[in-house]
Design a protein around this ligand. Structure first.
Ligand code: CP3
Length: 349
């Protein structure tokens, strides 16, 4: 039988709305903290056995309808030697940020087989474990804007001044950087799908900080390039960005199969805007709802399911699981979503 996640991504009917959580691996699970040790995630992913185990932990505990590879959007950058560090509790840190044309030379082509055999091995181990369970593995890559922002800012940012200033000072250099990162994403995603990942998600979390015009000019072409160049792999392509309601029209033309949206716009409005497209939607519970009283949270989950309409909807959070989230709450959400019959959600038109 085909998995509920793959069916929903294709807009086909499902026996329950599929549910998984962005950042389900390695955020709030005590079994993760027990085995992760004190090293950086960039070291942990070198151990395929450990990374596969961490990938599978949330599947076992929550019964989610998809696994997501335990890795990070900065892993390919580290693998080509750009000089990336990730310390626990903080975001990525870039020792020598991207400043000028000469830095392009530090972004050589990714050769997944030799640069990251451990990622390929992890995917194979996970897929072998999941065989027969109908639970697909989602592979992923960072969106080119989001990765570029880390390379240029040198780490996390609040206002993206350096990134936006580069766009406005040397737009052609920014284009060249984005092109390199788009090719890197294609190579990273292709390696994961060839090793057995059944769907992919592009995490372009921070693209929403741009205006619609800047998105169209600088982000849409490289994102389209990624979508076009992985289309032949046949794995559904999910595109995720935060605070992007002003970008929905553009994102709909990237070639993605599923648009993952946050909670700022009701799902019914998103679905309405996409009604002339074959796109499915993913989302969109505000992750802070996981801290609300259960009756309040339950009502919100049911509201989102109703707005999703039961078809072409993958239930998820609008952003990643927050540290401190009680795993029992995530488990209850999964049980609730999977207990609702989709035919009761389909709107009578
Ligand atoms: O979804 C999953 O559970 C799978 C693994 C995954 C990680 N990062 C593991 C991780 C995924 C899909 C990501 C994506 C990612 N990484 C994004 C896009 C999603 C989003 O949240 O917007 C971004 C922006 C990053 C960059 C990044 N990596 C940050 C900001 C941080 C630090 C904050 C944090 O999450 O703790 C990381 C480190 C990181 N990536 C950790 C994990 C499990 C923490 C590692 C640790 O335990 O030390």
């Amino acid at each position: 039988m085909i998995s509920s996640l793959l069916s929903a991504a294709a807009g086909h009917s499902v026996d329950h709305v599929p549910v998984w959580f962005m950042r389900q691996a390695g955020r709030s699970l005590p079994e993760y903290r027990r085995i992760r040790g004190s090293g950086s995630i960039l070291d942990i992913v070198h151990s395929a056995d450990l990374a596969a185990e961490i990938t599978l932990q949330p599947v076992r505990r929550y019964g989610v309808d998809a696994a997501i590879l335990y890795s990070d959007i900065m892993v390919p950058l580290a693998a080509v030697g750009f000089g990336i560090e990730i310390t626990q509790g903080k975001g990525p840190y870039v020792k020598e940020p991207f400043r000028s044309e000469s830095d392009l030379a530090r972004l050589r082509k990714l050769e997944p087989e030799t640069d990251m055999p451990f990622v390929i091995e992890t995917v194979k181990l996970v897929v072998k474990e999941l065989r027969g369970s109908e639970t697909p593995l989602i592979g992923f890559a960072g969106g080119p804007f989001t990765v570029a922002s880390y390379l240029i800012e040198g780490g996390s940012s609040k206002d993206y001044i350096k990134t936006k200033t580069l766009i406005r000072t040397d737009p052609l250099l920014f284009d060249r950087l984005m092109d390199r990162l788009a090719v890197m994403a294609v190579d990273f995603l292709t390696a994961q799908v060839n090793a057995g990942a059944a769907a992919v998600q592009i995490f372009d979390s921070w693209a929403g900080v741009l205006s619609a015009a800047e998105y169209e000019r600088f982000v849409l072409p490289p994102v389209r390039f990624i979508m076009d160049n992985i289309a032949r792999l046949g794995a559904p392509r999910i595109y995720f960005s935060l605070s992007a309601s002003h970008l929905l029209g553009h994102i709909a033309t990237t070639g993605c199969d599923v648009m993952s949206v946050d909670w700022r716009m009701p799902l019914s409005a998103v679905k309405n805007q996409l009604k002339d497209t074959p796109l499915s939607v993913q989302g969109n519970l505000d992750p802070t709802y996981c801290f609300a009283p259960w009756e309040v949270l339950r009502k919100e989950v049911l509201q989102i399911l109703a707005e999703g309409g039961g078809i072409g909807h993958i239930f998820n959070l609008g952003h990643g699981v927050l540290p401190g989230t009680d795993p029992k709450v995530l488990h209850r959400i999964v049980e609730l979503v999977q207990s609702v019959a989709p035919e009761n959600l389909v709107k009578q038109v």
